[in-house]
Design a protein around this ligand. Structure first.
Ligand SMILES: [Zn+2]
Ligand SMILES: [Zn+2]
Length: 301
């Protein structure tokens, strides 16, 4: 008998009281997802065979972010508003930040859909000016957009899984949105499942030996550092380019891992990696929060 997503989350909260607040926030966000409808993101992808083949061949993801101009965000916008309400109810710093963002939107005559669309389609300079004007940090803006789009992306993924089935994609970037993987699951036969930080797509790759970012093959400088045996999580860190990837060692294909929960229980690994001078895979030293934007940035690094 398999547990539902909510039951699993409740079990994780009981097992990790020190992460209770973060889990509880996530649980509220899950309730919002469960009660919401997705927006239709199909207009952002061109599923004609030739296009899909060409992109796969050069390692270019399916979505060019400027094409998000074509879709509506009516449902995502409601979710963002609800998430901001949960933040306000949480008190403390979260409440202040949510309040700031809401008043920024209201006083500038904009709405949540505008925020989502412009962050998706515009460049870094725009995100910086937005963070500056609203006094809400850019990483939080990206995180809120990501949470608000989750179920719409999941709906899109349902369609794409058939299209992307049997694809040959070993790049360490998401074949759908071009975002970086924040987690790798070690599978049997040397395979690895990657989980996209931004859209939550997951795909199986045969990673080349060594560092997934720079390709360095040197066992003394590219190491899997296991810090937490009970969680089966570790970090694959490279002293060549100073990037790292969290790896969860669960080799069975059938073992379904929940990336949201892995993200929370792996927070201490992110902190440890940061203290040692490493940065998450795919993120530039200057802009740790910004995802790769196909159509704006070159997704290959
Ligand atoms: Zn993605
Ligand atoms: Zn490297």
């Amino acid at each position: 008998m398999s547990m539902s997503r909510e039951q699993k989350l409740a079990a994780h909260i009981r097992a990790r009281p020190h992460l209770k607040q973060i889990f509880q926030f996530h649980q509220k966000v899950e309730e919002i997802w469960n009660a919401s409808a997705p927006d239709d993101f199909l207009p952002v992808v061109d599923l004609r065979d030739q296009n899909v083949r060409d992109r796969r061949r050069i390692g270019r993801p399916l979505i060019d972010r400027p094409t998000f101009e074509r879709v509506g965000f009516a449902n995502s916008e409601v979710q963002l508003r609800k998430i901001l309400t949960v933040m306000r109810q949480g008190g403390g710093e979260r409440e202040i930040l949510a309040q700031r963002l809401t008043s920024f939107l209201r006083t500038s005559g904009r709405n949540e859909a505008w925020l989502i669309r412009t962050i998706l389609t515009r460049d870094d300079a725009f995100l910086d000016s937005l963070a500056n004007d609203s006094e809400v940090p850019a990483p939080l803006l990206i995180h809120l957009i990501k949470l608000s789009l989750r179920i719409s992306f999941e709906r899109l993924h349902e369609t794409l899984r058939t299209v992307l089935k049997d694809m040959d994609w070993d790049h360490a970037l998401c074949p759908v949105c071009g975002g970086s993987p924040f987690l790798g699951q070690a599978l049997s036969m040397g395979q690895r499942r990657y989980f996209c930080y931004f859209c939550s797509f997951s795909w199986t790759a045969t990673p080349p030996e060594g560092c997934p970012a720079c390709g360095l093959v040197d066992p003394d400088r590219v190491n899997l550092l296991y810090k937490h045996p009970e969680e089966n999580q570790g970090i694959l860190a490279c002293e060549g380019c100073f990037s790292y990837l969290k790896i969860v060692d669960q080799r069975s294909e059938d073992e379904i891992i929940n990336p949201d929960i892995q993200e929370i229980i792996g927070l201490h690994l992110d902190m440890a990696a940061g203290e040692m001078g490493f940065r998450p895979l795919g993120q530039s030293p200057q802009r740790a929060e910004v995802i790769i934007r196909p159509g704006i940035d070159d997704p290959r690094f």
